[in-house]
Design a protein around this ligand. Structure first.
Ligand SMILES: [Zn+2]
Ligand SMILES: [Zn+2]
Length: 425
């Protein structure tokens, strides 16, 4: 039974962690066929049956998006309710769900009290091994990494249960002395003044560090000096799946600081999407500006217009039909060039917004060329008829923000119905 507890479902199916549903289905068919008990010689049947069951289980979990998410973040512990009794105190599904939906951190505070028999501190849950607090961390990721997926390795220093005293804090036969300051309770009642009122609350005892007891200096464990834990450096690895997005969580199960007599909490990374210089993302879709010149807008082009998040050049040919022009603000949609969707072959779309760069001041065509352009380009509408005509001067570099500023009531003369209150007199 032991072998199944550390089973890697991706290895069972021989697929990458990034495999799509389609790839998983194909891998499952292949593996199921190869290990089908009816298809192997008699003497290999037993092994094949075990393998076949493992393949079946791997497929059941990895093909179901919800189950796969749970597996990715919590491992097989998430499915422990059904099988493996020998596995020990893995967190059950309720725990995982309450962690996922019950806010961060929870009642993990009051650390250090868990070791006291019979004492269930404020917020403690009876009958269950308490977990040490989760470590919540932000992790900034660029759009490129969210597009391709990324494995991040890092060194982490954490508290582990002292190997010498096994978390006791004292030497082998030493007995801890009850703390006289808190009478062994580990906490004290404190009075706090809140304005005119005195309120009573409990705080961990500072003499015994909330333990209720402590070892005399000569009895303290030599390695941890009575602290019960020691620091350990460990290489950790997280995998950010392609298609992950802002707010997604990546959990390293049981990798938070260890506290004696408690289940170690998790390190939880909250992904933060870093702004990208070219692309903006909304769900699975991407958008970027398509900068073209006036000549390109009118006469066309065939070139790489943007470098995608995986480094590919995206080439466009314009026009699609002779004579078509591109206008400023026009939107070109490129299907399937958005962000990948998690665990799927599907992708969002890429929306390119046309930005026509008109000639700047340095452009000095000859009058003959301009005449030629007028001749070539579409003609204006018929002139506007008016009885009197004034020729006026103008400022060519005005700001639309100034529009309405001359109004004594400030800003626009219109009162928006939505703003309610007084309507126009
Ligand atoms: Zn004390
Ligand atoms: Zn120790």
């Amino acid at each position: 039974m032991d072998g199944t507890t550390h089973i890697d479902l991706y290895e069972v199916l021989s697929v990458e962690r990034t495999a799509s549903k389609d790839e998983i289905r194909k891998a499952y068919r292949k593996a199921a066929l190869a290990s089908h008990p009816d298809k192997v010689p008699e003497d290999e049947r037993e092994t094949a049956e075990i393998k076949f069951k493992a393949v079946q289980q791997a497929y059941d979990i990895l093909y179901d998006e919800e189950k796969r998410d749970l597996y990715d973040s919590h491992g097989m512990a998430a499915f422990d309710g059904s099988g493996n009794p020998g596995m020990g105190a893995g967190p059950d599904l309720d725990d995982i769900l309450s962690q996922m939906f019950g806010g961060m951190g929870g009642m993990g505070g009051m650390g250090g009290m868990g070791g006291m028999p019979g004492f269930d501190g404020p917020g403690g849950r009876p009958n269950k091994p308490r977990k040490s607090p989760n470590e919540e961390t932000k992790y900034e990721v660029g759009l490129e990494d969210l597009y391709k997926g990324k494995t991040v390795k890092f060194a982490s220093t954490k508290n582990v249960i002292c190997g010498l005293c096994k978390g006791k804090g004292g030497k082998d036969k030493a007995v801890a002395k009850e703390c006289s300051s808190c009478e062994g309770k580990g906490f004290k009642n404190v009075l706090t003044r809140l304005g005119p009122m005195l309120t009573q609350s409990t705080a961990p005892c500072t003499v015994c560090d909330g333990q209720g007891s402590f070892f005399s200096p000569k009895d303290k464990c030599k390695k941890c000096k009575g602290k019960k834990v020691t620091e350990e450096k460990k290489m950790l690895e997280i995998y950010i799946p392609r298609g992950a997005k802002e707010g997604d969580q990546v959990t390293l199960e049981g990798e938070a600081d260890q506290v004696p007599d408690q289940e170690p909490g998790d390190i939880v990374f909250h992904l933060v999407e870093v702004e990208h210089p070219v692309f903006r993302r909304a769900g699975p879709d991407l958008t970027a500006d398509l900068e073209i010149t006036l000549a390109e807008a009118l006469a066309g082009f065939s070139r790489v217009v943007v470098k995608h998040l995986d480094g590919r050049g995206i080439e466009l040919k314009h026009p699609k039909r002779p004579g078509d022009v591109l206008s400023p603000g026009q939107v070109l949609k490129i299907s399937g060039e958005g962000m990948p969707l998690k665990k799927s072959d599907a992708r969002g779309d890429l929306y390119l917004v046309v930005d026509v760069k008109f000639p700047s001041e340095g452009w000095a065509p000859s009058p003959a060329v301009l005449e030629k352009l007028k001749e070539i380009l579409p003609k204006p509408d018929p002139p506007i008829e008016a009885d009197t005509v004034d020729e006026v001067d103008y400022d060519p570099n005005a700001d639309i923000e100034d529009f309405g500023q001359g109004d004594p009531r400030g800003g626009s003369g219109w009162v928006d119905e939505d703003e309610g209150g007084e309507t126009a007199q």
